[in-house]
Write a protein that binds this ligand. Structure first.
Ligand code: 6CS
Ligand code: FE
Length: 296
């Protein structure tokens, strides 16, 4: 398969995106609200939906996240990753597989319908994860495009995937909110540096290979700035697979715990990695157990 988005080679490559952002020509049947949302997503590369889930729902989900964290602390399994210095739980993957509550979120029409409207296809969960960003010790996630990694290391062919981030705790200006560069989804930044074997063991704790150069980041951020949507638990940020994003460390007493569900179009299923020695494990990138989610 032709590699439209070469990366992890000798040099930096800035290329124009070669895929639509909203893969949905027939928008006539869509409601006004949905049309406005799709237009905003297309323009910015993300959409902020404050209060999409109610507080009672997120309280229950946060309790479930705490249960999985306690489980990972007592007997760490492969899906759990820990902060490099404090040893606190940083992320747990495949939570939609290991928790009925998180599975129900992935199938919730409030986000599943939005994802399939944007991706213009049946969708499946490519990846799910909890990012705990614990109080005082939650470390940063450096700038990156998720698609750059999913293309290079998981073999995702085209830009026809998106992430939905659901805040399970308040996302404040001070506790490491998700930062996004509006419009950055229109440019693919190929990053230099060969992918080492089992790179995920390092990149999911501190990503270096696969992160963009400072000149590319400066160019993109200088055009339309950097946004850091903040809101109560229950707020959602949906963002395109190629939107440049990051989050700073958390020095406050207030955890910033988010649930991420990544939806990929069934027509965009992953294949052989484009720039890695071998595919990543199933709990990071769904490859063999792929089922379209039922639209309710
Ligand atoms: O490597 C990945 O798939 C994950 N890495 C980051 C930093 N964000 C996206 C994704 O969850
Ligand atoms: Fe990311």
């Amino acid at each position: 398969m032709q590699d439209l988005y070469p990366t992890r080679g000798e040099k930096i490559q800035r290329l124009e995106r070669q895929d639509p952002v909203v893969h949905n020509e027939d928008r006539d049947g869509l409601s006004h609200d949905t049309t406005v949302r799709l237009r905003r997503f297309e323009r910015d590369g993300y959409l902020f939906l404050p209060g999409l889930f109610h507080e009672a729902e997120t309280t229950r989900l946060l309790r479930e996240a705490e249960r999985l964290k306690a489980q990972a602390e007592s007997n760490a399994d492969e899906t759990a990753f820990f902060e490099r210095d404090s040893g606190a739980v940083r992320s747990i993957f495949a939570v939609h597989d290991n928790s009925a509550l998180f599975r129900a979120v992935a199938e919730d029409p409030r986000i599943l319908t939005l994802a399939s409207d944007i991706l213009g296809d049946e969708v499946y969960v490519h990846q799910s994860r909890l990012n705990y960003k614990p109080a005082f010790s939650g470390r940063e996630f450096y700038w990156h495009s998720d698609f750059e990694t999913w293309h290079a290391e998981d073999g995702m062919p085209r830009m026809r995937a998106l992430s939905v981030s659901l805040c399970l705790t308040p996302s404040l200006a001070t506790n490491g909110p998700l930062m996004l560069i509006p419009g950055s989804h229109a440019t693919f930044v190929g990053c230099p540096g060969e992918t080492p074997p089992e790179h995920f063991r390092r990149s999911l704790v501190k990503q270096e290979i696969g992160t963009p150069d400072q000149e590319s980041l400066t160019r993109m951020a200088s055009r339309r700035g950097i946004k850091a949507p903040t809101g109560a638990a229950g707020s959602v940020i949906a963002f395109d697979c190629n939107t440049m994003h990051a989050s700073a460390g958390n020095l406050t007493p207030f955890p910033r715990t988010n649930l991420f569900i990544v939806y990929n179009a069934m027509s965009n299923r992953i294949g052989e990695p484009f720039a890695a020695p071998r595919p990543r494990p199933e709990f990071i990138a769904a490859r063999n157990r792929v089922q379209p989610l039922p639209r309710k």
